[in-house]
Design a protein around this ligand. Structure first.
Ligand code: MGD
Ligand code: MGD
Ligand code: SF4
Ligand code: MO
Length: 864
């Protein structure tokens, strides 16, 4: 492929290599990089759709002060003045940076250096606090350092892969596909999924343990006892470990009943784990996002340490990172309780070394505010100037309404963004336009410590500048030396050099061999790359970064989330085709088809008790706030433990903002919020009317509930209101700014109205209103804007064009009904569906869902 730029996907921590080829018109053709070790050419549906997200229409293209475009110089001077004034008047701790695991390492390095070495406060925290903090804290307690010991190939070499609190099939799809491919090649390999929900990851697994919410420490403590009782602990490795007896004593208090598991399943799991030397335990947010997340991490690490299953091929604990550069952020020390290069903020020798390297005037010498505390300090007026870079906390922080109010009330807020209208950007005093993926240069580190380059394939639009550049400019204007870099390459070289200083002090993070590497051509490479070690695994030899060189087992008192009898605990998480607040994936029509509306997945028993059915609207209340969500009744969730995705915002569905409900309850060690178990009350939201609107313009209706999703040719908006407008045609005309409807149909007495609006012979809008949920096929309606259907108000497809049903395969646009029809006609495997329909044959992200449909069909046939 000529002209292809070799770069890295900006979404999840798998860190897939991407070949991006400019089409000369501002667009990019996207392919997986066959030479990248993380993905070998594969991409999931989000990565494959990257080309649909690079359009610059609507981008923030110039700095704005108070909503008005302003020159960069003026914006930077203002920021430097306000930060300098606050520090002079109220001290260094009166300012704060809130940054992101999506920053490139170079951006992150610059921000951390400014704050910790020059402003002299550690008030820099990151959305990784909501994400990886419990893993980081657990690693540090056990290993003395925040180190992921293993490599992705361990997941392929293992005989047992345990996935707990991880929906890998949707959240790390390419890594999940690598595991499934390894199992297909070696069917003896076993996969166990531990999750209160039956997720897509359970397809292809040998065992699903639908654990009681929050009971993982009980389970892993039971496992530790079982390992001891069956003499599976490692006599060779235990001399490298301290704390075994105390950990075992604490583990004895664990309760099998608390896990909620069937005793036979529990026993099968304990025996399988105990009897399989090559075991990898993968975990993510179902473990981390808990008010005892750090303990849960250590309960897992304890089992691997007790058996010595760590740092050798095919075995080890494996915390998968969520964001593309969550790991890079940990390397630069971008959290409020870290220094740089895995050095410790509280260690005077470490501080002095970094200070000397930076020639820093004023080093922070104690931890700064962690995310939740930081926004509390903002609320209380203790933070006078706040700079938010590459994250959307008004949506994604727990107690999001409160956080949004706090940001709004802050005396001076800067937001670095690519869009001007995100929920957070709207609250800023100064907006700085950042270059986006596709336009910027730097490095990211994935979950297996693999450093890859992101390379620009497109020119920066307007006045957009890299995030590191804005930080360096502000630093210089504050009078600081050491920020005169002219490229990301120079920052990387400085970071690599500092890591050599750290390595000499015993840090595991040493990439000093890369100091002189050719940045432009740098191929993906595992850290460490220093005199002590080049790549590979950690801890296999039993040497750890603790004072005595031994790993520490931690006594864990297993807890359960607080819950009143009968109270529902709301679980939250991700869906397959959207990334966080959808500011990028939401631009792609095909990514918007899989699940186009915020929803509440509710067990049939709960739904029956509440009198709710699929497609109804539910109101969810917690002491923090309220949401209204579409009900999806499903036995994939457990009774009392409904699930809602996190992706909707004030821009896409104002009443679907899940973090408005979530309490800022945090883990005492890591400060990470518990986002998976919020006590809530659920009731029916009895709307007076429901509507479905197709429109070529992104209009904003004024009603109790709406949710907007991108379609080919425009948008769809689901709506519901408490007050019925006196005249629907007038209502629609006002909302759409269009003339009279070109077609009308309906039964006004029954509250059913349908109307279409044409412009230049094309359908410009169509509205469907009914007193209850609009039960017409979305997959038919959603295609109308893009079609020449002469009867758009019929609400069903013409006889010669069968309705495809809800989208399953977003790449080739294959719907559920089409798939079910093929199954009925005798197609009987995922592979065969790929051959005859194309479904699942491109990125493969939908293969778990296809497998579920095939399995369901086989069961029905067997039962007949
Ligand atoms: N499609 C997509 N992929 C993404 C992202 C995205 O936004 N969209 N974001 C990325 C980021 S930043 C992150 S951090 C990762 C997150 O990746 P994951 O951690 O895999 O994703 P989540 O959906 O947050 O939660 C994982 C699972 O934890 C389960 N869970 C809840 N409570 C418990 C419990 O008590 N015990 C156990 N064992 N499980 C529990 C939930 O039911 C859920 O299925 O995904 C990354 N990848
Ligand atoms: N209830 C609940 N809440 C959660 C979670 C959960 O599971 N449940 N998960 C938590 C986790 S793990 C995470 S990681 C967070 C994620 O939460 P956030 O980080 O807040 O979500 P994003 O949508 O990724 O925000 C990134 C922002 O950066 C902007 N952006 C894109 N590119 C650039 C760029 O190059 N430069 C700059 N300056 N800006 C850019 C995007 O437009 C977007 O507004 O959410 C957390 N919140
Ligand atoms: S698995 Fe998908 S989202 Fe994650 S890095 Fe690869 S292509 Fe990007
Ligand atoms: Mo995350």
């Amino acid at each position: 492929m000529s002209g292809a730029v070799r770069t890295t996907c900006p979404y999840c921590g798998v860190g897939c290599g991407v070949l991006a080829t400019p089409d000369g018109k501002g667009g990019l053709a996207i392919k997986g990089d066959p030479d990248h070790p993380a993905n070998r050419g594969r991409l999931c549906v989000k990565g494959a759709a990257l080309g649909e997200t690079v359009d610059i229409a609507g981008r923030l293209l110039a700095p704005r002060i108070g909503g008005q475009d302003a020159p960069w110089g003026q914006a930077l001077d203002l920021i430097a003045d306000r930060f300098t004034d606050a520090v002079a008047q109220y001290g260094p701790d009166s300012v704060a940076l809130y940054v992101s695991g999506q920053l490139l390492t170079e951006d992150y390095y610059a921000a951390n250096k400014l704050m910790k070495g020059f402003i002299g406060s550690a008030n820099i925290d990151t959305n990784s606090r909501l994400c990886m903090a419990s893993s980081v804290a657990g690693h540090r307690r056990a290993f003395g350092t925040d180190t992921v010991p293993g490599l992705y190939e361990d997941l392929e070499q293992a005989d047992l892969v345990v996935l707990t609190g991880s929906n890998l099939a949707w959240c790390h799809p390419v890594l999940h596909q690598r595991i499934l491919a390894a199992k297909a090649a070696r069917p003896g390999m076993k996969i166990v999924v531990i999750d209160p929900r039956r997720t897509a990851t359970c397809e292809g697994a040998d065992l699903h343990l639908a654990i009681a919410p929050g009971a993982d420490a009980h389970l892993f403590n039971l496992l530790l006892c079982h390992l001891f009782d069956t003499e599976r602990t490692s006599a060779d490795f235990l001399p490298h470990v301290t704390g075994f007896d105390a950990a075992l004593t604490a583990a004895r208090a664990a309760s099998a009943r608390a896990t909620g598991l069937d005793p036979a399943d529990l026993a099968a799991f304990l025996d399988l784990w105990a009897g399989t030397e090559r075991t990898v335990t993968v975990y993510s947010q179902g473990i981390n996002q808990s008010d005892s997340g750090t303990d849960k991490v250590n309960a897992i690490l304890n089992c691997h340490l007790a058996t010595g299953r760590i740092g050798r091929p095919g075995m080890g604990p494996f915390s998968v990172t969520g964001q593309p550069n969550a790991m890079g952020g940990r390397e630069v020390g971008g959290m409020a309780n870290m220094l740089a290069c895995h050095l410790e903020l509280e260690n005077p020798i470490h501080r002095a070394a970094v200070q000397a390297f930076w020639t820093a005037p004023r080093m922070a010498d104690r931890p700064g505010l962690k995310a939740v505390d930081m926004f509390r300090a903002v609320e209380e007026g203790r933070i006078k100037a706040l700079w938010i870079i590459h994250t959307n906390p008004a949506v994604t922080m727990p107690e999001a309404d409160r956080v949004a109010r706090a940001i709004k009330s802050c005396e001076f807020t800067v937001v670095s963004e690519v869009w001007p209208h995100t929920d957070t950007a709207r609250l800023a005093d100064v907006l700085l336009p950042a270059t986006a993926w596709g336009e910027k240069d730097g490095t990211v580190t994935n979950s297996e410590r693999l450093i890859s380059r992101q390379r620009a394939a497109l020119p920066p639009p307007g006045q957009a500048r890299p995030d590191w550049w804005a930080v360096a400019q502000v630093a210089r204007r504050m009078g600081f030396q050491g920020f005169d870099w002219t490229s990301a390459a120079e920052i990387f070289a400085e970071h690599a050099a500092l890591s050599g200083v750290a390595g000499a002090l015993g840090s595991d993070f040493d990439i000093s061999d890369l100091r002189g590497a050719d940045y432009d051509t740098l191929a993906p490479i595992h850290w460490p790359q220093g005199p002590a070690q080049q790549g590979g695994r950690f801890f296999g030899t039993g040497r750890f970064h603790t004072p005595d060189g031994r790993a520490r087992m931690v006594p864990v008192t297993a807890a359960l989330p607080a819950q009143e009898p009968g109270q529902m605990l709301l679980n939250t998480g991700r869906i397959r085709d959207q990334w966080h607040t959808m500011t990028r994936t939401g631009l792609s029509p095909r990514l918007s088809r899989h699940l186009a509306e915020p929803y509440l997945e509710l067990h049939p028993d709960d739904a029956a008790g509440l009198g709710l059915s699929t497609a109804d609207l539910a109101q969810i209340d917690s002491p923090q706030g309220r949401a209204i969500l579409r009900v999806m009744v499903s036995d994939r969730v457990a009774p009392g433990h409904p699930f809602a995705p996190i992706h909707w915002t004030g821009q896409t569905a104002p009443s679907g903002r899940i973090d408005a409900l979530v309490a800022a309850r945090t883990d005492p060690v890591s400060g990470q919020p518990a986002s998976k178990s919020t006590p809530v009350a659920i009731t029916r939201h009895a709307a007076a009317w429901h509507g479905y609107l197709l429109t070529t313009q992104a209009v904003t209706p004024d009603c109790a509930y709406w949710a907007r999703a991108r379609l080919r040719g425009g948008w769809q908006i689901e709506m519901a209101g408490d007050v019925t407008p006196p005249n629907w045609s007038d209502w629609a005309q006002e909302l759409l700014g269009l003339g009279a409807p070109s077609m009308q149909l309906g039964d006004p007495l029954r509250g059913v109205h349908r109307m279409a609006f044409h412009q230049g012979g094309r359908l410009a809008a169509a509205l469907f209103v009914s007193p209850g949920p609009v039960l017409l096929s979305r997959d038919h309606l959603a295609g109308l804007l893009d079609s020449d259907d002469a009867h758009p108000l019929a609400g069903r497809p013409p006889a010669d064009r069968p309705d495809p049903g809800p989208t399953i395969c977003a790449c080739l646009n294959v719907g559920r009904t089409t798939i079910m029809r093929a199954l009925a006609e005798g197609v009987d495997s995922v592979e065969a569906l790929g051959t005859c329909l194309g479904a699942g044959s491109n990125c493969g992200s939908c293969r778990p869902e296809l497998a579920a449909l095939v399995a369901g069909h086989r069961q029905r046939i067997a039962a007949e």
